[in-house]
Ligand binder design. Structure first.
Ligand code: C6P
Length: 419
């Protein structure tokens, strides 16, 4: 959604029953430092609706046992809940089959799984892997380590100063026929929404496999694996109203089938002798050990929460919040927005003249306002802008326009004190 559509989207967003949505989030109804809590840190981790909290607690109150192991009733219930969650994810992201939905600890683990397993199986000396300058460390370091192990080369697509990718350099890198392109769908530090569908087509034409880091996309916009046609897609439940400790790796079945397991133990095997082990079929081949059963069930309920509101209505509401917050930032000459791409989602990063971002964060906390400050685990982005840190406001479906007014009242106060 482009920022210039501000008045149009804000009219639409007013139709969303944000007050009703907020009622579903018990944590939001508290004071911090004697002020009503304003939570603008959903990109780090979103808050959880009552339905998710209840689903996890009901599971432990009534249904808990281990999955795929017992023939008793509780084990069957736990297995049903866990596999139902997988089907929920499949339908939410429009994957072809539940075999393509691997439960992992989060986006970080999903990317590590691919970097290790795909890397060991398919990347050789002299090959290259493309990442971008705007990646979260979780989508840099696993590839760096894999390139070191496999003696491959890491190629980086730089960003322009508005936070868009330099697609000319991207195309040049593709001429080297890289084995893998790993890039973020939405930047956590800049908010840029990358043209990943078009970039995936180009990568495939060049013979590369594509991994998209969807950690900051799934909470804000609907994602469709058939439409994106990427080979792998990674995301975390805790940024999309679900619990911590669980996430998803989507992978195309034929690729996952050809990849070696990366962790081993129970659950990922079919038959073990001391001479030889036969691996389990997908998706369990990549799920060694007891999984996060309650977390997966919590994710199922987070998906139901998002579906009840509607993915497009969530996106429209957040686009309106972002447009409004950007409009107010642009009115302040002493405030600089970092990341001004035309297509953005979820976050507004900024710096104030002569004030360290951490001071901004501390002073906002004194007003009960939670934002994140620092490098946002995206140090190359900070290096690009020669900044030690930015302050970042990030949005969830429960945020309001009044909260944005309050944050700017506080920001104005901070500016006054420091100037
Ligand atoms: N970004 C932020 O405040 P995990 O920690 O595995 O759930 O997600 C890692 C991750 C991967 N990719 C992107 C684009 C991300 O934004 C994140 C997490 C948080 O921006 C915490 S550093």
């Amino acid at each position: 959604m482009s920022v210039s559509n501000f008045s149009k989207v804000s009219e639409f967003a007013s139709e969303l029953d944000v007050a009703g949505i907020r009622q579903q989030f018990p944590i939001l109804h508290q004071t911090v430092k004697d002020k009503p809590l304003i939570y603008f840190d959903s990109a780090a981790s979103s808050q959880k609706p009552r339905s998710v909290i209840d689903a996890i607690s009901n599971y432990y109150l009534h249904d808990h046992s281990n999955v795929h192991r017992g023939i008793h009733t509780l084990s069957e219930r736990a297995t049903d809940g866990f596999e139902q969650a997988r089907e929920s994810v499949r339908s939410f992201i429009n994957a072809n089959s539940t075999n393509e939905v691997i439960f992992v600890r989060g986006a970080t683990e999903a990317i590590n799984l691919v970097a290790f397993s795909y890397g060991e199986s398919f990347v050789n000396e002299g090959d290259s892997v493309v990442v971008t300058e705007m990646e979260h460390h979780a989508n840099i370091v696993p590839w760096q380590m894999m390139c070191e192990r496999r003696k491959a080369k890491l190629l980086v697509v730089p960003i322009h100063d508005d936070g868009q990718l330099n697609l000319d350099v991207y195309k040049q890198h593709l001429q080297r026929s890289p084995k893998m392109v790993a890039m973020t769908h939405v930047s956590n530090a800049l908010g840029t929404v990358n043209p990943v569908k078009e970039m995936t087509i180009l990568a495939h034409d060049a013979g590369a496999v594509v991994l998209l880091d969807g950690a900051q996309a799934v909470p804000h916009c609907g994602v469709d694996m058939q439409e994106l046609d990427c080979d792998f897609y990674a995301f975390s439940a805790h940024k999309m109203y679900g619990p911590t400790g669980v996430g998803v790796l989507y992978g195309k079945e034929d690729l996952l089938d050809r990849m070696a397991p990366w962790q081993s133990g129970g659950e990922m095997i079919r038959k073990v002798t001391f001479e030889h082990t036969e691996y389990n079929t997908l998706p369990w081949k990549f799920e060694a050990g007891t999984p996060d059963i309650s977390g997966s069930i919590g994710l199922d309920y987070a998906i139901r929460f998002m579906q009840e509101i509607g993915k497009s209505r969530i996106a429209e509401h957040e686009a309106a919040l972002l447009a409004y917050a950007t409009h107010l930032a642009n009115e302040r000459k002493w405030m600089r927005v970092i990341g001004t791409a035309p297509e953005k989602a979820g976050v507004l990063s900024f710096v104030l003249d002569d004030i360290h971002a951490n001071d901004v964060g501390l002073m906002l906390d004194a007003d009960g306002i939670a934002i994140r400050t620092g490098h946002h685990c995206a140090m190359p982005v900070m290096q690009h802008f020669s900044l030690p840190a930015t302050a970042r406001i990030s949005f969830g479906v429960y945020n309001t326009f009044n909260e944005i007014d309050s944050v700017y009242t506080s920001i104005d106060k901070i500016h006054k004190i420091f100037s």
